[in-house]
Structures are given as C-alpha cells and as structure tokens.
Design a protein around this ligand. Structure first.
Ligand SMILES: O=P(O)(O)OC[C@H]1O[C@H](O)[C@H](O)[C@@H](O)[C@@H]1O
Length: 304
C-alpha cells in the first residue's frame, strides 16, 4: 500500500518473487530495498541510467543474496580465512565459513521510515540478541540507515552490547552500473597500496586512475574519502564518498569468472563494477564494550 507525505515522497511495500521489498520514490529518484539483508537492490534518477546495477538475471529467493545492489558483508568480508586472526577468532566453528559473513540472506527488521525535509530514511536492524547468528556468539548488533535525498546515503552501524571487545571486517558491496567497462575509470586511488588477490595477494601501489582491462579483484588500503567513477559513455561522474573507512575493494569478474557466477549473464561484466566501501585487513573494526561505530557511503552523479 503506497503512502505519500506532503513533500511528495512515496514509500511502497511490494513483493519481488520471494522477497519483501520497499520502493521509495522521491524528487525524481527511485530506490528499491529488500528486507532480506537490508539489501539495496536498485537506485537511480528516473531521467538517467541507473546508478546502482541490478543483474537482469537476479533471483529474489529467500536465503540467497541477490546479484547486484548493495549486499552488506558482515561480520567478515570475503573468505574468513583471509581475514586477520581476531576476525577469524570470533567465529566458533571448524566448518567452512560462508563468504562475506552471515547476514546477506537473513531478514533484517525495518524499525522505522522517517520522512523529513525532502528526505526519506529507512532504518533496518538485525537483532542478534534475540536471534544469535550461527557460530558467532558475539553481542554486536548491526543496523543500516538508508537515506534518500538528492543523493543516496548508507550508514552501517555496529553496536557492541557485550562485555568484551569484538573485531569485525565489513563492506557495503556496491555494484555500480556502467555504460561500458572499457569506457570507465576510477579516480582517487593513485598512490594507494593494494593487495592483488589474483596475483597471490601481492602488495602493489596504484599508479594513476584505475582502468579495467581484465579480471580485477583488489583490496585497497589508505583510500581517501572521495573516489570518482568517471563514465565517458554516459557522460557522468559518480561520486563515492565514504565516512570512516579507509579500505575499499575494486572488483570486476570479467569473462571467465563472470561465466561461473550465479545470477549473472555472460556479458554482464561489461555493464557493472564494484567499489566496496570497507573495513578490511589493517582497517578492521575493533569494537570496545559498549562502543557504537558508523561507516558510511554517499553516492551521487554529476555531468562530465
Ligand atoms: O559471489 P559473491 O559471494 O557475492 O562475491 C562476489 C565478489 O565479492 C568481492 O568483490 C570479492 O572480492 C570477489 O572475490 C567476489 O567474487
């Protein structure tokens, strides 16, 4: 049932196959968010190509992360065994740990929808006290605030409600839509250190802007607060501004890995790339007892 307020924002609950979603329309922008994983699925301005990419082969199934949008990776990023020891130690099982943590396929609770001053904010939490995560007996509660105004802002909060410090790694795994992977570059990384996961995690230093010429899967450190995705094909610059994060993952699967991915068309690698706002490697989060921490990202586009 849609409901609108005086400023004209419209928030509507709807179903995409097995998933409950919310669609927000406001000021010429449209946002779609799934309750599962508190996952942003789509975002853009109605008169422009989408800013966030959602796979045309996306499956909206319970327990399965949707390919595209902004999956929340938490309380670890990627392969747990590649994480610092303190992140691994928080997981109490000998069994193989799922990639990208435990919360992408779970239902988060929508706490409230706030509409104020031309902005709409959806606030999701995952109550890990009422329903502890499997093999992760830590009293840390994540929440995600998704705010739509002229821009899109995501804030991932961690609240350590327990008596012990807890170390987590995390990412807002944003999939961006691009006109053509051969016509884009990411600016802002020059001089940053990175680990190239495709070359045995070799440490490297970025020279100049990052262009994509093959499979790319890199963990960058010392990342500045502003990165820009320059898209010559669509004549725009997408600004990616982070809050309290100095690590980022840059990813494009290219042809061979793209063919092996779930919910991913054979040629989809040409139309997307990921810039993931993160806390990984030596940038992991150490949460003191009682501590709240917020990591964020804001996204918008400007004409070139
Ligand atoms: O297929 P998923 O579990 O969603 O992971 C998708 C991708 O996420 C990150 O960007 C990793 O760096 C990649 O190695 C991984 O392939």
């Amino acid at each position: 049932m849609p409901f609108a307020n005086a400023s004209g924002a419209q928030v509507e609950r709807l179903q995409r196959d097995e998933l409950t979603c919310w669609r927000v329309r406001q000021g010429g922008a449209e946002l779609l968010v799934a309750q599962q994983g508190a996952q942003v699925l789509a975002y853009g301005r109605v008169d422009q190509p989408p800013l966030i990419w959602l796979s045309e082969d996306a499956a909206f199934r319970r327990g399965q992360s949707v390919r595209g949008g902004v999956p929340v990776c938490w309380p670890w990023f990627g392969d747990l065994r590649r994480n610092p020891e303190a992140v691994q130690a928080a997981y109490a099982s000998e069994d193989a740990a799922p990639a990208h943590g435990l919360v992408r396929g779970l239902d988060w609770q929508l706490e409230d929808v706030e509409q104020q001053d031309g902005a709409v904010t959806l606030h999701f939490t995952l109550d890990t006290r009422a329903e502890p995560l499997p093999h992760w007996p830590q009293a840390v509660q994540p929440s995600l605030r998704i705010r739509l105004d002229e821009r899109l802002h995501l804030h991932l909060e961690n609240h350590n409600l327990g008596p012990r410090p807890v170390t987590v790694s995390q990412a807002l795994h944003t999939y961006f839509a691009v006109s053509d992977i051969h016509r884009v570059r990411v600016e802002g990384l020059a001089g940053a250190r990175y680990l190239d996961t495709l070359r045995d995690w070799r440490p490297e230093t970025q020279a100049g802007a990052l262009a994509f010429e093959g499979e790319t899967d890199r963990l960058y450190l010392d990342v500045p607060p502003r990165l820009s995705l320059v898209d010559e094909g669509w004549g725009r610059r997408v600004q990616v501004e982070s809050l309290d994060s100095r690590s980022a993952i840059l990813w494009n699967p290219w042809i061979d890995k793209g063919a092996r991915l779930s919910q991913f068309a054979d040629d989809a690698w040409q139309r997307m790339l990921c810039i993931e706002t993160a806390r990984v490697l030596d940038d992991v989060l150490v949460l003191a007892p009682g501590e709240r921490h917020r990591m964020g990202v804001s996204l918008w586009s400007e004409p070139l």
